[in-house]
Ligand binder design. Structure first.
Ligand SMILES: *Cc1c(COP(=O)(O)O)cnc(C)c1O
Length: 401
């Protein structure tokens, strides 16, 4: 007998859970897209997105998922043959590098593998070696959603400055914005990209690009720029149609208005703290399950290097896939597949999964996932240490005191 009926929970790293408030805000007739309400709405969204990015500079919105935003950065910054240096800590860093390469940009990659963060010392050395200043920008993923490694962005800026190199710092915050602490201006970030369907709790379909004055200036000579992706009208719109290069994404805008209000009501720092506490609860459960030498492990050993919005883990012997299937069929919970941890289609990839805890998540959602996972481990006779649920509950109790 399946016990999956009830409200299902997609605990994968995007699309994240959508608040009822966001869905309700989208349930209405389309507005006039030429004037009136829509003009105010567009300007207010840009203003409030900048508050979440903690930047005083510029924000543009694309009708796109996150992949499109990689292309938006590439097209606005580079000319054919320019060089980008990519700090790769998982599948998403390599993805951005691949997009750049296929657009005719010369890409250098520092690959830190699947378990280590980007190393500031290696970045500094690479920039010092670039005496002609060929490298125009350094790309880094704040949080690589495949490995769940979180990179130290201020350390990247410090390395660029220590090398005395003019390269721009461009950061992919698609899976971390409004989940993990990020301060664009304080951290010296020139370009940041994000998307609607993760920490921002809106359906997939909007991508956000933030650029400093320095980035706008540096991009002026870019010959890879194409009409739709050109950031100029989006960052500096004179008419409402320029915000989106055509028809406004009306209903996504209503949803985003609501989600930005929710973030403001909670307070950005409280949003970060909630994600941190819930992550800690999940990690405590994993520590209990893996105790005693069982083949269960978090991908990132050092808690200070772990993402607060998604957790990548191993359940050896193909048990990650068995557990995922059990959870979906028997408990109504869908976890993320392992990404980039082994070749797709090989038995080895079945030993990896990811648990998302991003956006509209609270104690009962995360404890529900943990308890469901523990039930699945028992039902499938997967060897594991006991007490995962109790360990997680203790973390939550400590945070509420
Ligand atoms: C999800 C994600 C992307 C890709 O976004 P899509 O909306 O799936 O195209 C890129 N980078 C990171 C870090 C992500 O988490």
């Amino acid at each position: 007998m399946s016990l999956a009926n009830g409200r299902t929970y997609l605990a994968i790293p995007g699309p994240s859970a959508m608040p009822d408030r966001v869905l309700r805000a989208m349930h209405r007739a389309a507005p006039n897209i030429y004037e009136g309400e829509i003009e105010v709405l567009a300007a207010d969204l840009v203003r409030d997105l900048k508050k979440v990015a903690l930047t005083q500079y510029h924000c543009g919105i694309y009708i796109s998922n996150g992949h499109g935003l990689w292309e938006a950065v590439n097209t606005n910054l580079f000319s054919r043959g320019d060089t980008a240096l990519v700090m790769a800590t998982g599948r998403f860093g390599h993805g951005w590098a691949d997009y750049a390469r296929r657009m005719g940009i010369n890409v250098e990659v520092l690959d830190f593998g699947l378990k280590a963060p980007a190393d500031a010392g290696q970045l500094e050395a690479a920039l010092r070696a670039d005496t002609d200043h060929k490298i125009k920008a350094v790309f880094v993923t704040h949080m690589d959603t495949a490995t769940s490694i979180r990179n130290d962005i201020p350390a990247m800026r410090a390395a660029i400055d220590a090398a005395g190199h003019p390269a721009l710092l461009a950061v992919d915050c698609i899976a971390s914005l409004a989940c993990d602490e990020f301060r664009m201006d304080d951290w010296g970030v020139d370009i940041m990209i994000s998307a609607s369907q993760k920490g921002l709790m809106v359906p997939p379909g909007l991508g956000f690009l933030f650029a400093s004055d320095k980035a706008v200036e540096a991009g002026k000579s870019a010959d890879l720029r194409t009409p739709y992706w050109d950031w100029t009208p989006r960052l500096f719109p004179k008419f409402v149609y320029e915000y989106f290069g055509g028809t406004s994404p009306t209903h996504h805008m209503f949803g985003l208005r609501e989600s930005l209000d929710m973030i403001a009501e909670e307070g950005l720092e409280n949003v970060w703290a909630r994600h941190a506490a819930l992550s800690e609860a999940l990690w405590a459960a994993f520590d209990a399950w893996s105790a005693g030498g069982h083949d269960i492990a978090l991908n990132v050993a050092d808690p200070s290097l772990r993402s607060h919005s998604v957790t990548a883990a191993r359940f050896g012997g193909g048990n990650a896939q068995r557990l995922r299937k059990w959870l979906e069929n028997e408990a109504g919970v869908t976890l993320g597949i392992g990404l980039g941890m082994a070749e797709p289609g090989t038995p080895e990839i079945d030993s990896f999964l990811r648990v998302a805890h991003m956006g509209h998540v609270n104690t009962h959602m995360v404890l529900g996932v943990i308890a469901s996972m523990e039930a699945g481990l028992q039902a499938l006779d997967i060897p594991h240490g006991t007490g995962g649920v109790a360990a997680a509950a203790a973390v939550i109790a400590r945070h509420s005191r």
